[in-house]
Design a protein around this ligand. Sequence first.
Ligand code: RTP
Ligand code: MG
Length: 152
Amino acid sequence: MARERTFVMAKPDAVQRGLIGEIVSRIEERGLKLVGGKFMQIDDELARDHYGEHVDKPFFDDLTTFITSGPVFAMVWEGQDATRQVRQMMGETDPADAAPGTIRGDYALDLGRNVIHGSDHEDPGANEREIDLFFDEEELLDYERIDGEWLY
Ligand code: RTP
Ligand code: MG
């Protein structure tokens, strides 16, 4: 499996509930490498771009209202098969279906407030598109970790 970068976000409910550290920690401990992070407020235009695939869905307005309702912590993580690995750690979209041990399965109850976003691994290029949307190139850092040879 190739090394790649993926976009991840602690959603406004995760920020409000003090779960940023938990989310970062889980991904870090799994073995992925943090290459970018930004505490930020999403505006309506960015929300509509980011969730553009859902523009015709009945839940679109609720989704953009929620994601702009407070600060988020946007991140880029790098590692082997990173997009799919993060999606597995997140669990199913609806927390009612998310397995215990996944981030949503452990921390969320509500479909509209499901704590974390990760790029869709079934949508080719979604990771790069989302990284470009949220980060400038110079905000992503190339560096070696001291334990790099033990990581993926
Ligand atoms: P996300 O993009 O936020 O990481 O979530 P996801 O890939 O697991 O799910 P997606 O299908 O992309 O849906 C985006 C967000 O929209 C809300 N949603 N509501 N009412 C509904 O039927 C419905 N379906 C999806 C969820 O909050 C989901 O995270
Ligand atoms: Mg999605």
